[in-house]
Design a protein around this ligand. Structure first.
Ligand code: ADP
Ligand code: MG
Length: 436
């Protein structure tokens, strides 16, 4: 099985992450002042990651099933006018495997939804490529988009805005059933629609068919969104913060439903969240994003137990009671009370750690709002070097000038940090000793 990280970089691309400086580590600059905050749009242009010099980590998600979809060195720039460019996604590579859950975790504005829209064919990448079942994805026409949608479905955070208030549940489900399944008779369509509602546990189906979105609870609306996505019989489901807007009491139930659907239909599931706590028990593999880049990746349990990157450490430390998350889904014994699904809160002590303002931006955030409006001044990604360097208590001169490559730290883990010797000495020692 090929991991996406085994995939060679596209030829002719120069590294966007700067090469390590000769001379090794730069000592901390005594009394160094915090950097002036720089919005993500001001960051230097992405030019791809440096070529791998060593064996790359493999994805644990690959153990569940075959590769369905892969992102290879994806970049996405947004032109904001007046010559300003926002590098929303930079050099992002990962694979989605049948029957496996990969979580994309990061605070608001880190580029998660953009990645989802790229995979869904709603945005065109500025650089890199997307492959589905080994074939390059080119969504260049309406027809191609429809074909892509029959295999890759996106579910949004807010079921209210994604369902049309003037249409019933029946209408929302009949359309995709006819379109994607090509049902011919009214009876056949009705049978399919009923089956869909049963799959998402909206029973008896007859009770829900004539209802309008406003007559349903938030959880029921999200179930209709899942049913609509399943109508296409997709192999890939992209769930963008699917439970963030739901009451805490029903989040676990919804994740449990998603997990059930994943298993039943062997879905390759991308679970997008700002909440590393839910990713820990729900996902096989976790990808942590910051400033448009993947800064750490690895098996969900291992990564959250011993995070290597300072940003992941901040996320884990900020997640309430991370040790009490249990394995509600995997073990089938947990309950909502043991699972913290609240947005992380900032640690009280460290002045260098600023508050991640998570979970506040809905999926359809206006351009720039997440970066500009919801994060306190001075906490955005750094313009040069490591994107986290502006907030990282360990950042030194090299971190502020050179963007660290995502480097393998075990057979299944990678982190992009120059200061791993301080941030995660145990993990680094293991990797240097050839451990896995
Ligand atoms: P997340 O989902 O992690 O909150 P997004 O992918 O929504 O992050 O956004 C990443 C960055 O890209 C943000 O700064 C956001 O404002 C910006 N962005 C997203 N979509 C657009 C767009 N269509 N035009 C301009 N900027 C955008
Ligand atoms: Mg988002």
């Amino acid at each position: 099985m090929t991991s996406p990280t085994d995939t060679p970089q596209p030829p002719g691309r120069t590294p966007h992450r700067s090469a390590p400086r000769p001379g090794g580590e730069t000592p901390l600059v005594p009394g160094a002042s915090p950097r002036t905050p720089v919005p993500p749009e001001a960051r230097e242009a992405p030019q791809g990651r440096p070529p791998a010099r060593e064996a790359r980590e493999r994805s644990v998600a690959a153990e569940r099933g075959p590769l369905a979809m892969e992102a290879v060195s994806l970049d996405k720039d947004f032109r904001l006018g007046r010559g300003e460019v926002l590098h929303a996604v930079r050099g992002v590579s990962f694979g989605l495997y049948r029957g496996a859950v990969v979580a994309l975790v990061g605070e608001s504005g880190s580029g998660k939804s953009t990645v989802a829209r790229l995979l869904a064919g709603q945005e065109h990448p500025t650089g890199g490529s997307i492959r589905l079942d080994g074939e390059p994805v080119e969504v260049s026409s309406r027809r191609a988009f429809r074909q892509h949608k029959s295999k890759v479905q996106l579910v949004f955070q807010d079921p209210f805005s994604s369902l049309n208030p003037v249409h019933t549940v029946r209408y929302h489900l009949e359309r995709p059933v006819k379109l994607h399944r090509g049902t011919r008779s009214a009876d056949e369509t009705a049978r399919e629609v009923t089956a869909l509602l049963e799959q998402v546990r909206l029973t008896p189906a007859g009770k829900f068919l004539p209802k309008f979105p406003h007559e349903l609870s938030g959880g029921q609306r999200q179930r209709v969104s899942f049913a609509r996505a399943l109508a296409a019989r997709p192999r890939v489901l992209l769930a963008d913060e699917p439970v963030s807007m739901l009451d805490v009491s029903i989040r676990l139930e919804m994740l449990s439903l998603l997990d059930d659907l994943r298993r039943r239909f062997q879905l390759a599931l991308l679970y997008i969240t700002h909440d590393i706590a839910s990713a820990r028990y729900f996902a096989d593999e976790v990808l942590v994003m910051y400033g448009g880049e993947i800064v750490e990746r690895g098996p969900a349990e291992e990564l959250t137990q011993s995070p290597a990157h300072p940003y992941t450490q901040l996320l884990v430390a900020s997640a309430p009671d991370p040790d009490n998350l249990g394995s509600a889904l995997r073990g089938g014994t947990g309950h909502a009370g043991r699972l913290s699904l609240r947005p992380p809160v900032p640690p009280a002590t460290s002045g260098a750690h600023s508050a991640p303002q998570d979970g506040t931006a809905p999926g359809g955030t206006a351009p720039g709002a997440a970066a500009a409006g919801r994060r306190p001044a001075g906490t955005g990604p750094a313009a040069t070097g490591c994107p986290f360097s502006a907030r990282c208590p360990l950042a030194d001169d090299r971190c502020r000038t050179d963007d660290p490559p995502l480097r393998r730290v075990s057979a299944v883990r990678a982190a992009a940090c120059w200061r791993l010797d301080v941030a995660a000495p145990g993990i680094l020692a293991q990797s240097q000793g050839g451990g896995t």
